[in-house]
Design a protein around this ligand. Sequence first.
Ligand code: ZN
Length: 220
Amino acid sequence: MKPKQIFTLIELLIVIAIIAILAGMLLPALNKARQKSQQISCASQLRQMGLAVQGYAGDNGDWLPYDGKNWYAPDKLGKYLNAYLNTSGPSRNVKMFVCLSDVIPLAQRSANSSKFFVGLPTGGYDYLPLSYGINTVLVGDTGNSWYTPHKIVQVKRPTMTLLMGDASQRDISNGNIVIFRHIKFQANTVFVDGHVNALTTVISWSNGSGQAFWEAGGTK
Ligand SMILES: [Zn+2]
């Protein structure tokens, strides 16, 4: 006599379908939680960068790190982030410069603007992604005479003036290159006073409080 089947094929298919539906309900929630944790880790990195700028200014006669495009260099903020970057030996703590929500492949990044050359702990050298930019309107840029160096004490509205944020390049000089890479179309940013904020929009220079957002001397 043939043994009785425990499940019929149709029962098995129904169980599989129910599992698929439950997984489909769970995955978006897991994905959202993962994105949120990435944003929190990014905000913590930016908070440390804000502190590094204050440390740099304290040791350098109140000056913000001039030549902002090289803000991550060992003689600029690298030293204060314990993130020594070099091309003659292993670099340290370079994950500090990568936002986990930044998914642009290395091959699509331009050298010296959205990736940087570092020594690897395993020996040898390679490019790594750079996910943050500094406000060069504020800190100055050797390549643009309009963007002059400033002292941190010259910033009239430190709670309103952008220091650094999620970006597609190492410098931020207008709204176009702040990148809203986090959930709900948000960009993490740190301001001159050190507070971190997730923005959904960037104020243009000519609008409302735009001058205080970009410039040391902006009062509105
Ligand atoms: Zn980020």
